[in-house]
Write a protein that binds this ligand. Structure first.
Ligand code: SF4
Ligand code: FES
Length: 549
């Protein structure tokens, strides 16, 4: 495999790659602002320049300055293809002088407002100032001041922090294809802006905040809500749509503050949609179901878990005793994980060996929407319809669709007891479902209150995907695991744990503790062999502990 040497570190590469990309792939340090692997190369910031030498086959493969010619020019590593045997130096006097000059020029007009900037702690300008900049500024004149601009529903532009890398402009041209952002003016007065009456309002707009290497483009939703060094990052998967996009849930003290994309070249590359970025808010909805409830003399009242389990166990057993097997059913929501589905299916079959198993409603919104950069917004608004079906099939029975479930349950059918799971971010209960469940003993497992939880005989508060670990199967049939980011709200429990507890309640046996990896082992097959785990494996702990003064 061809190799180059960057500051003494040997880096292997494959095919046609730029020097900078080879360095980044191998974890070698090379400063860069304007370069991003998902965008075209403009080589405008000039911080990545290095002295490069390459073997000359006409001169016995001796190392000579690259490109050939007099003067030994510095080379933009983001724009120069790596060649076997190249030696790249970023620490020579010439390269260091360039880095210091670039940093000095960038900081001429940049305000020194790191203490109040959201980007502090994850800012390339801040980091490179330490690594490549000067200790003191020689600029004595007044800095150019530019306004804060409201460029779109999700994004602020703090213009005077901008270093004109043009990443945001290229993103709206090349990836979202919407072209709202552009460079206006020239030289000292150059600035990024939107066109009059055309705000940055596309379904991928939040990605420009991630792309901005400084604190110029900021997320309105996250603004001033938390210093980034207090945030713990847990690898997760989109829990809103069927995309399977890899995300990082960033949280502190049990509260989610933001969701960011995790790079996965086989799924979402570097991007996520705004729907995924901001769609987690229902996790912290003040209306979340927090405690089990059961109907006593026709009135719903809070109870503890043991009372709820006892009520369900007794009713399920008496229904099966009176009506025979096949009188219970479970509807597993596509918002739940494969592990939840498998355990719920096994639970209901442990009580009733002919119980009906079905997948819940799968919401859709229009058609899949592809973007010029290759990103696709999925019309299917549930993360795990395929995985729930696949896991229920592992229980060894025919799995019914939602319409079939409704017609099997409705009216004077044999089915008298039903477990219905939700977990959707918004109201999902239809008149047809309410009608189908009339007269049935209904256990509702959900996260938000709705007509069904108002009427159910027992309500069990479930968990959102960020409060548990598990596996989702996306629209391309890719199985991916996600980790628990925050503790489950108050008295709620993951649905897999509820299923295990119910088995114990019905059997009067010991309760097992939910363990997603152990359930995957039981599921076997693709759930062990084909499942994709986060590359990061572990969550990234906060740099600093938050202490209330
Ligand atoms: S706003 Fe940010 S991403 Fe856009 S050009 Fe300025 S520094 Fe670059
Ligand atoms: S990263 Fe190479 S010139 Fe900007």
């Amino acid at each position: 495999m061809p190799k180059i040497t960057i500051d003494g570190q040997e880096c292997e590469f494959d095919g046609k790659q730029m020097i900078l990309q080879v360095a980044l792939d191998q974890g070698a340090k090379l400063p860069h602002y304007c370069y991003h692997p998902g965008l075209s190369v403009v080589a405008s910031c000039r911080i990545c320049l290095a002295e490069v030498f390459a073997p000359n086959p006409k001169n016995d493969n001796k190392l000579e300055p690259w490109p050939p010619g007099p003067g030994g020019k510095l080379v933009p590593t983001c724009q120069s293809p790596a060649l076997d045997g190249m030696v790249v130096n970023t620490q020579t006097p010439k390269a260091i002088a360039n880095q210091k000059t670039v940093m000095e020029l960038l900081l001429v007009n940049h305000p020194l407002d790191c203490p109040v900037c959201d980007q502090a702690g994850e800012c390339s300008l801040q980091d490179y100032s330490y690594d490549y900049g000067r200790a003191q500024s020689r600029f004595e004149e007044d800095k150019a001041k530019q306004p804060k601009k409201d460029v779109g529903p999700n994004v602020w532009l703090y213009s005077d922090r901008c270093i004109m890398c043009s990443r945001c402009v290229r993103f709206t041209r090349e990836v979202s294809g919407t072209g709202e952002l552009a460079v206006f003016g020239r030289g000292h007065t150059e600035e990024i802006d939107v066109f009059p009456g055309k705000p940055l309002d596309n379904e991928l707009s939040g990605n420009v905040v991630d792309l901005c290497p400084v604190g110029a483009l900021l997320d309105k939703d996250f603004l001033f809500s938390q210093r980034v060094w207090f945030l713990t990052k847990t690898p997760s998967i989109d829990g809103i749509t069927a995309s399977g996009d890899n995300i990082s849930v960033e949280h502190n003290e049990g509260q989610v503050y933001r969701v960011k994309p995790r790079t996965n070249m086989e799924v979402n590359k570097w991007w996520i949609s705004d729907e995924i970025r901001y769609g987690w808010k229902f996790v912290q909805d003040p209306k979340r179901l927090r405690s089990p409830m059961r109907k006593q003399h026709g009135v719903a009242e809070e109870c503890d878990w043991n009372q709820a389990y006892k009520t369900i166990g007794e009713r399920f057993k008496s229904i099966v005793a009176e009506h025979g097997t096949g009188s219970l059913a479970v509807m597993v929501s596509p918002m739940l994980s494969c592990e939840d589905a498998y355990l719920l299916g096994r639970m209901i079959r442990a009580v009733d060996s002919d119980a009906v198993l079905s997948v819940g409603p799968i919401p859709r919104d229009g058609q899949d929407k592809p973007f010029p950069g290759g990103y696709v917004i999925h019309a299917e608004k549930a993360p795990n319809a395929r995985g729930v079906r696949r896991a229920l099939e592992q229980v060894g029975v025919v799995v019914r669709g939602y319409d079939e479930f409704q017609s099997l349950v409705s009216g004077d059918s044999k089915i008298k007891g039903v477990v219905v799971t939700g977990g959707y971010p918004s109201d999902w209960v239809t008149d047809d479902l309410m009608h189908a469940l009339e007269g049935k003993f209904t256990v509702a497992v959900d996260v938000l209150p709705n007509r069904l939880t108002d009427r159910a005989d027992v309500v069990l508060p479930g968990a959102t995907w960020v409060e548990k670990s598990g596996t989702f199967e996306n629209a391309s049939n890719r199985l991916q695991t996600f980790m628990q980011a925050i503790p489950v709200i108050e008295l709620a429990k993951p649905e897999g744990q509820i299923a295990l507890d119910l088995v114990a309640a019905c059997d009067q046996g010991e309760r097992a503790i939910y363990d997603a990896a152990a359930v995957r082992e039981q599921l076997g097959g693709p759930f062990v062999a084909d499942v994709h785990h986060p590359v990061e494996k572990q969550r990234v702990e906060a740099d600093m502990e938050y202490v209330e003064l």
